[in-house]
Design a protein around this ligand. Structure first.
Ligand SMILES: C[S@@+](CC[C@H](N)C(=O)[O-])C[C@H]1O[C@@H](n2cnc3c(N)ncnc32)[C@H](O)[C@@H]1O
Length: 249
C-alpha cells in the first residue's frame, strides 16, 4: 500500500485511515501512544449521536467553524470493536513498557477502558482533564472534565521517579484552536512526562497536530495519522511553523 505522507524534522504524518495505515507499519517501533480519537459521543440515540459534531461538541452561541471532524458516528458496539482494532495495532507497534494515553468523554469512558484492555494493554488508571471553560448545564452537573484512559504494554517500566497528579486543569484557548476538539498542547506536554524522554510517540488521530507540537516542545518524535486531508494540511502547517520557530542548537 502506498502511503501518503508528510515528513518533518521530528516526525512523520500519514494521511489515511488509522487502521489501514497502522497495519502497514512495522511492530515495536514506538515508545508511547497519546491519542484523542473521535468519541462518537454526544447523544442517547442514533439520531443525536450522528448529528453534526459542531452541534454535539460546541455551544450553539459559538460561531467559529472548522473543517469536518470525520468518523464520529458509530453506535456503541461498533465503536467498541473499532477502538479494540486500532488499539490492538497500537499495542503491536508499541515497545514493551510503552504507556498508552487515550482521551475519552464520560459517555465513552466505560467502553474505552474495555477496548484498551481487549487490545492487550494493562489498564493502569484514569487521568482527569479539568477544563474550567466548559459550558454550564442547567439543572445538572457541569461537564467540565474529559478523561485519559491510561494503560501500559507489559511488562510495565518506570521512566521517571517523579509523581504526577491525577487531575490536570488546562483551559481551552479558543483563539489558538484549529480543530473543533483541539486539546491544549500544554496538557499533552504534561501527559507525555510519563513517557521516556527521548521517545517516539504514536497518535493515530492527529487532528490539528497538537500531539506533534507537544512532542516538538519536549524533544520527542512523533508518528501521526489523520484521515482528513484538510487537517493533514492544517497540522502540517502548524508543525512546520513550530519547527522553524524552534531554537537551533
Ligand atoms: C478528536 S479529533 C483529534 C483532535 C486533536 N487531538 C487536536 O488537538 O487537534 C479526532 C481526529 O481523528 C480524525 N479521524 C476520524 N476517523 C479517522 C480514521 N479512521 N483514521 C484517522 N483519523 C481519523 C478526525 O478527522 C479528527 O481530526
Amino acid at each position: 500500500m502506498a502511503l501518503n505522507t508528510k515528513v518533518f524534522d521530528n516526525g512523520i504524518l500519514y494521511q489515511g485511515d488509522a487502521l489501514a495505515v497502522l497495519q502497514n507499519l512495522a511492530s515495536g517501533q514506538v515508545d508511547a501512544i497519546l491519542t484523542d480519537p473521535p468519541y462518537s459521543s454526544g447523544g442517547l440515540h442514533a439520531g443525536a449521536r450522528c448529528a453534526d459534531p459542531t452541534h454535539k461538541y460546541q455551544a450553539s452561541s459559538t460561531k467559529r467553524t472548522y473543517p469536518a471532524l470525520l468518523g464520529d458516528c458509530k453506535d456503541q458496539r461498533s465503536f467498541t470493536m473499532w477502538a479494540t482494532l486500532w488499539l490492538s495495532e497500537c499495542w503491536r507497534l508499541a515497545k514493551p513498557g510503552a504507556p498508552a494515553l487515550v482521551f475519552s468523554d464520560w459517555r465513552q469512558l466505560p467502553v474505552m477502558t474495555d477496548a484498551i484492555q481487549a487490545a492487550g494493554f494493562e489498564w493502569r488508571g484514569i487521568v482527569v482533564w479539568h477544563k474550567p471553560s466548559a459550558r454550564p448545564m442547567m439543572g445538572s452537573f457541569k461537564r467540565d472534565a474529559e478523561f485519559v484512559v491510561y494503560g501500559v504494554k507489559t511488562p510495565a517500566k518506570t521512566f521517571t521517579r517523579r509523581c504526577f497528579p491525577g487531575v490536570y486543569t488546562h483551559r481551552v484557548n479558543s483563539a489558538a484552536k484549529v480543530h473543533l476538539t483541539s486539546k491544549p498542547v500544554g496538557l499533552l506536554v504534561d501527559l507525555l512526562a510519563v513517557a521516556p524522554d527521548d521517545s517516539t510517540v504514536l497518535d493515530p488521530f492527529m487532528g490539528g497536530g497538537s500531539t506533534a507540537l507537544a512532542c516538538l516542545e519536549t524533544g520527542r518524535r512523533f508518528v501521526g495519522v489523520e484521515l482528513s486531508p484538510d487537517y493533514v494540511n492544517l497540522a502540517g502547517d502548524r508543525i512546520a511553523e513550530a519547527e522553524l520557530a524552534r531554537p537551533r542548537t
